[in-house]
Design a binder for this molecule. Structure first.
Ligand SMILES: [Cu+2]
Length: 193
């Protein structure tokens, strides 16, 4: 009788030890996973998103690709269509863009003062412009016509008056115009001049 009692005590102790061991392992795994979430979360929160490009706000008007004479649409030597623009309180420069229909267009933009953004009509051309960073994306406009391009990030008291126009020209018309401008080294825009 006493041996059997002793035996059941011993097996209970073994079971308790095993349970404690597993509890420690399980809690350690959970703690490790939570720690990984916290570390990666803090790390990514402190880092800009991937593919990030920076630009110096203090010199953006003076040198580099965002000087005023380089803003607008350019037909690059390799045939790509590139639109460069700047957003500032409370306008886009240039405030009228020209792009071709049915040809991939790459946008590169930045802001000089506050966070701005734009969307072109009902197309998927949509970006946030953050001072110090270059926003870039490539899109194709399927239909010729004119679209409005409002600022869609509240940027101050003049926000609701901040918008540009985008003229989407038939491909041939755009190419002829772009080549004419490219030969004189100018950028294409439809800003009334
Ligand atoms: Cu704005």
């Amino acid at each position: 009788m006493s041996a059997a009692l002793h035996g059941s005590h011993a097996s209970e102790a073994v079971a308790n030890a095993a349970e404690r061991r597993w509890a420690i392992i399980v809690v350690s795994i959970i703690a490790l996973l939570v720690l990984m979430m916290v570390v990666t979360g803090l790390h990514w929160a402190a880092m800009p998103p991937s593919r990030v490009e920076t630009v110096d706000v203090k010199t953006v008007h003076l040198r580099g690709e965002f000087v005023e004479s380089n803003l607008g649409t350019a037909l690059e030597p390799d045939g790509r269509v590139m639109v460069r623009l700047i957003a500032q309180q409370y306008a886009f420069v240039p405030n009228c863009l020209v792009v071709p229909e049915g040809v991939p267009v790459t946008f590169r933009g930045t802001a000089t003062d506050a966070i701005h953004g734009f969307v072109v009509g009902r197309t998927n051309a949509n970006a946030m412009l953050v001072p110090g960073f270059v926003a870039t994306f490539t899109t194709t406009f399927p239909k010729a016509g004119e679209q409005l391009m409002p600022c869609h990030e509240y940027c101050g008291t003049g926000h609701e008056a901040m918008w540009a126009r985008v003229q989407i020209l038939p491909r041939e018309e755009f190419m002829a115009k772009a080549k004419r401008f490219a030969s004189s080294g100018e950028r294409l825009s439809c800003v009334p001049g």
